[in-house]
Design a protein around this ligand. Structure first.
Ligand SMILES: C[S@@+](CC[C@H](N)C(=O)[O-])C[C@H]1O[C@@H](n2cnc3c(N)ncnc32)[C@H](O)[C@@H]1O
Length: 221
């Protein structure tokens, strides 16, 4: 996968992202990557994950307010907007990535109503039952978020909310996402979930779990 050399002090790209160990590492990497993420990663690698996740999410979504989890520069929000989602907020640990998301527009409309800087491994400053939809691409992956972060997201979703949470397929197996999702179903926190496998890249090899996302699709109880 491409590595960019614009900033000689910080190696940019997927290998660096997958090697992150702490939230502070994420802040540092994405601060350096924000300016070139859309051109140097999304376009250069024929990233299609944002379109795939938005399509899966919108298939049965009938609400208004959606939280884009780990929104980065806002490419998922752009897709949601073009599919007719009316209110999109974004949350991310990186102030630099959020600044890029704030620039995204569709016509005269800003794609995001509100952008929240927060570490999703911690409690976030959003009230219970706020969102009718949760969507995420590229954030539940190596070096980023594990299954524990799902609990806090479910807290801010309203009863009946629809979620489409994309999880790197290799990370899904390594970190037992099945067990966490099953436990949430057993606890009555979420309805039984489906898994939709989508490619992350136009050239994705379906047999490579780092090219594929398992999208957990469920309704919140
Ligand atoms: C690979 S990018 C994906 C961005 C966007 N969703 C996309 O599809 O292009 C991962 C994002 O997760 C964010 N992130 C990493 N760790 C985080 C954490 N602990 N809390 C919140 N966001 C985090 C990063 O800042 C980055 O914007």
């Amino acid at each position: 996968m491409a590595t960019q050399d614009d900033d000689p002090s910080t190696e940019l790209g997927l290998d660096a992202a997958y090697a992150l160990a702490t939230p502070d590492d994420s802040r540092t990497l994405y601060a350096a990557w924000a300016d070139t993420y859309d051109s140097g990663f999304i376009e250069a690698n024929d990233y299609v994950y944002h379109r795939q996740i938005a399509a899966v999410f919108c298939r049965d979504f009938e609400g208004d307010t959606v939280l884009d989890v780990g929104c980065g520069t806002g490419v998922v929000g752009v897709e949601l907007c073009s599919l007719g989602v009316s209110v999109i907020d974004g949350i991310d640990i990186s102030r630099a990535m959020l600044a890029k998301a704030a620039e995204k527009t569709q016509g005269a409309r800003k794609v995001y109503r509100m952008l929240v800087e927060a570490d999703l491994t911690q409690t976030i400053d959003i009230a219970d039952n706020t969102y009718e939809g949760l969507v995420s691409a590229g954030t539940f992956t190596h070096g980023h978020l594990g299954p524990d972060s799902l609990h806090e997201l479910i807290r801010v979703a309203s009863p009946g909310a629809r979620a489409a949470i994309g999880i790197n397929a290799s990370h899904f197996e390594d970190h037992g996402f099945h067990a966490t999702l099953d436990a949430m179903v057993a606890a009555g926190t979420i309805e039984p979930y489906g898994l939709v496998d989508v490619p992350m890249y136009g050239h994705s090899d379906a047999d490579d779990p780092n090219h594929m996302s398992r999208v957990a699709v469920f309704d919140v109880c």
